[in-house]
Design a protein around this ligand. Structure first.
Ligand code: KG4
Ligand code: ZN
Length: 348
């Protein structure tokens, strides 16, 4: 079973071909980062227009790229619509103009090629980055249920309890800013270019994470929720002291540590109370080195390192491979190609 997956929920135009749920045949991501650097953030209209320019090129590239599954090495495969069994597309949450480009392209292809269309939730797709693999040997090693997910992206921060495919419950979430937003907004205060998260993290490598004591909010509350908006205010206040400007590395390392501490502390509590069989990290912020290492060490101590799942960096930030995996494992709402053009509620 081969799925062509499409992702355009924010500022990456992406397409991938996924076989049997977790094997990546091809994965193409056209990033819009240079475009949004000029404005220091994503302008939705600019993002939508860039998706329009790139979407067909990216899908063609996904169809043409050499097969990266090592089991198929040496095989020359002619890939076309006749080899594709279904089309999956992100239908939300995301920027509405960006989503519309992916959804309408997917609808048009599903109708023209007469393939079923599988709508996929972007947050569920992030979780399924942990089921992806281009290596057959990893097949035996996918998260076992019940699994506790820490999903940390630019728009969301959630602890999600997963009993089975399709059985998900949010057990904790941010009350205000997402973890990625906290990275991006504090990075902007420090004058770093967009996207701030990876830039701040780079600077932090040379800094002292104990130099500044930034707030770890809500740790005294008996729940699994987060809050990051106070962090921004605290960073802004410390910047009023101009001598701090020379300590950008220390400031960055201290911000990074405050975010990681809050995420890890609530995750530890959730693991202790809910006792999952596995723990999985996902979303753009899971590319953060300090977060990856702390989760591996601290949660690993409680449930065993073999039960911790963290996607390769390539699949942390937005991509279509994770959309294909989500569609392969759970697709109760697949739409008949004959009815696809009549479906008007796909981006809700
Ligand atoms: O999942 P994602 O690609 O898009 C959304 O669905 O939001 O996440 C993007 C977020 C951005 O806030 C970005 O700054 C953050 O992930 N991010 C990082 C790192 N790489 C990406 N944050 C901290 N450290 C990183 N290395
Ligand atoms: Zn995302």
């Amino acid at each position: 079973m081969k799925i062509l997956a499409i992702e355009t929920s924010c500022d990456e135009t992406a397409a991938a071909i996924i076989e049997d749920g977790c094997h990546i045949i091809s994965n193409v991501v056209a990033s819009q980062i240079p475009l949004h650097q000029k404005t220091g953030g994503v302008v939705p209209e600019v993002a939508s227009r860039a998706h329009i320019e790139k979407i067909i090129l990216v899908i063609n590239e996904a169809l043409l790229r050499p097969d990266r599954n090592p089991e198929h090495s040496g095989l020359i495969e002619v890939r076309s619509q006749s080899n594709i069994d279904a089309i999956a597309v992100t239908v939300g949450p995301g920027l509405i103009g960006s989503l519309l480009i992916g959804v309408n392209t997917a609808k048009a292809l599903a109708w023209a090629w007469q393939k079923p269309l599988i709508p996929v939730n972007h947050l569920e797709a992030h979780l399924y980055a942990n089921w992806l693999s281009s290596l057959v040997s990893r097949l035996s090693s996918v998260p076992t249920f019940p699994c506790l997910h820490l999903l940390v992206s630019g728009g969301h921060t959630m602890l999600i309890w997963q009993e089975d495919h399709g059985k998900l419950k949010v057990v904790g979430q941010t009350r205000d800013d997402a973890a990625g937003e906290a990275f991006d907004k504090t990075a902007r205060l420090l004058g770093l270019p967009y996207p701030g998260g990876p830039e701040l993290s780079k600077l932090a490598q040379k800094g002292n994470p104990k130099a500044y004591n930034f707030p770890r909010a809500m740790l005294n509350q008996n729940n699994f929720d987060f809050s990051f908006s106070g962090l921004k205010t605290s960073v802004r206040a410390s910047l009023l002291d101009l001598s701090n400007l020379s300590n950008l590395s220390d400031l960055s390392a201290s911000v990074e540590q405050a975010i990681v501490d809050a995420l890890v502390e609530k995750s530890i509590r959730a693991v202790r109370q809910l006792k999952p069989k596995s723990f999985a990290l996902s979303g753009g912020v899971s590319a953060n080195r300090v977060l990856r290492e702390t989760i591996k060490n601290e949660i690993g101590k409680i449930i065993g390192a073999q039960n911790i799942f963290i996607p390769p960096i390539e699949f942390c930030t937005d991509n279509a491979a994770m959309v294909g995996a989500a569609a392969a494992f759970y697709n109760p709402n697949a739409i008949d190609p004959k009815k696809v053009l009549a479906k008007s509620d796909l981006t809700l």
